[in-house]
Write a protein that binds this ligand. Sequence first.
Ligand code: NAP
Ligand code: GCO
Length: 264
Amino acid sequence: MLVNFSLEGKVALVTGGVYGIGFAIAKALHEAGARIVFNSNTQSGVDMGYANYKEAGIDAKGYLCDVTVEEEVKEMVADIEKNIGVIDILVNNAGIIKRIPMTEMDVKEFRQVVDIDLIGPFICAKAVIPSMIKKGHGKIINICSMMSELGRETVSAYAAAKGGLKMLTRNICSEYGEHNIQCNGIGPGYIATPQTAPLREIQPDGSRHPFDQFIIAKTPAARWGTPEDLMGPAVFLASDASNFVNGHVLYVDGGILAYIGKQP
Ligand code: NAP
Ligand code: GCO
């Protein structure tokens, strides 16, 4: 049965897979046998990615590509297919967040978050699905969020985008499942990465950030997640072991979505 978790001979594209969650997922897919491709929207990001993959002993191929620019994505996918192979696994990881009270948020800021976190995954999935159909299989993993289910102050654009990404996941499942394409989501809880660093900053008096304390009280695991916590779930959803799992969002959150929270 374990052979079903092998990714030998597969090509995996992890968008924004330079550090953080995407990089951890890419390491996991590599360890399971996949050839790793990543992109960043900045040259410095591509360079950082090459350095990080080299340090990890992974021969990854990087592209300068902004997931919100369809022409750039189409060119990247065409080059990957020509020089490496058809993309078997797409991980829509690239994403940003802006923490601003909604009434103070400029519409351009709202649009930028939705553009990267929802339109980007649409553009990337649209670019890889035709070849997946021809090949007779494909795996798309959308990195959703607890904010695909819950809201909170200051993250209106992010929650709207991640909620939409959950439904895009279900729609790709619905529209392309007959072609043996499985599209699922991973919904990380609160994970210690650069994106959440502001929520974990030690306070001037040396105490933990109030939000840090809040998350610890709300999480049965009583800890923040790490990018490594996402590695096994990613291999599962990228492999033949999940061929009958489709349209599902797998929450990797330490139980936070199931728990009312510890009494203060
Ligand atoms: P991160 O540390 O901020 O990394 C995000 C990556 O995406 C960066 O490499 C970033 O590049 C890249 N990126 C941003 N915009 C891009 C674009 N237009 N085109 C290509 N690449 C782009 O974030 P993370 O914490 O690892 O999160 C990764 C994903 O997981 C995101 O979708 C996030 O929403 C989601 N998520 C995170 C958490 C968490 O607690 N950390 C929880 C749930 C879901 P630059 O560095 O050049 O900006
Ligand atoms: C926030 C956090 C969250 C996490 C993640 C939770 O400001 O609330 O950044 O949004 O990034 O999405 O699943």
